[in-house]
Design a protein around this ligand. Structure first.
Ligand code: FES
Length: 277
């Protein structure tokens, strides 16, 4: 983990309210593991943004700006403009400075992954799955990505995944891209076709609950990356706890999303008995 002040390389709209932020980040291609995140803080101005968590989308090396300069190692984040903090973030320009803490948290565990991996993303939940897809492909696994959202603008980074060689399937609520319906309906069909798959998911809690139920019924392993509000990102404030399976009966047990997650084996967490979706 590193705490550094670094430079914005690019910050541009991707689709709808979602933006793509590239930061100068030496060694992140070596340090960052799939599923990890960073905490980001604006450093300039009288109204600084609190530290906020962002899943690491990918690490890249950008060509030098001019002859004689070195290539620029970058970490890329995706974020959605949803409030004042992210609106401030979207006003950053190339050359601005930000404080970057990371990589943080526990990422995906790939040790026992099946030959076929199904990655399920809801909207911006696709962010932590790119590094995962890259690594799984490097290990010789077949990777399929199932992307869901309310509408076309919620479906992100399809081209980036397809360039890796990942087969992608898209479902939107309004049918404006891909098939009309829920991404979990696509997952249900894929689990029939690939009953031995390993599943990895990130997205809204309602989607994760439905994914968990399907994977439990199909008896396939599932890891989920949780999106949580985080104030410190390092296990100090306990603002990010989620209910986990109790080690002892009638003793509630909680997991710290930033330190013990954000990726959990689905069996570690406490899921509602009945899914309302
Ligand atoms: Fe502070 Fe997790 S964000 S403990």
């Amino acid at each position: 983990m590193r705490d550094l002040e670094t430079t914005v390389l690019y910050n541009r709209p991707l689709a709808g309210e979602t933006w793509q932020l590239g930061l100068l980040a030496p060694d992140y291609d070596q340090l960052a593991r799939p599923g990890q995140f960073v905490m980001l803080r604006l450093t300039a101005g009288s109204d600084p943004l609190l530290r906020r968590p962002f899943g690491i989308f990918r690490c890249r090396t950008l060509p030098p700006l001019c002859t004689g300069q070195a290539p620029q190692p970058a970490v890329e984040l995706l974020y959605k403009v949803v409030g004042r903090g992210t609106r401030l973030l979207s006003s950053l320009h190339s050359g601005d400075r930000v404080a970057l803490l990371g990589p943080l948290g526990r990422g995906f565990d790939l040790t026992d992954c099946a030959p076929t991996a199904l990655l399920v993303a809801g909207g911006i939940g696709v962010a932590p799955l790119y590094l995962l897809a890259e690594q799984l492909l490097r290990q010789g696994r077949q990777v399929r990505l199932l992307l869901g959202g309310r509408r076309r603008d919620d479906i992100l980074a399809v081209t980036e995944f397809e360039r890796l060689g990942v087969e992608t399937y898209v479902a939107t609520d309004d049918g404006s891209l891909g098939e009309q319906g829920l991404v979990t309906q696509v997952l249900e069909r894929k689990l029939v076709r690939f009953p031995q798959a390993s599943v990895f998911a990130c997205g809204p809690m309602a989607m994760l609950r439905a994914v968990e139920r399907l994977c439990r019924q199909a008896a396939v392993p599932l890891q989920v990356s949780l999106e949580a509000l985080m104030a410190c990102g390092v296990g100090a404030c306990l603002g990010c706890v989620v209910p986990g399976q109790a080690h002892q009966e009638d003793q509630p047990d909680y997991r710290c999303t930033c330190k013990q997650g954000p990726v959990f084996d689905a069996q570690e967490l406490l899921w509602p008995q009945e899914d309302s979706q």
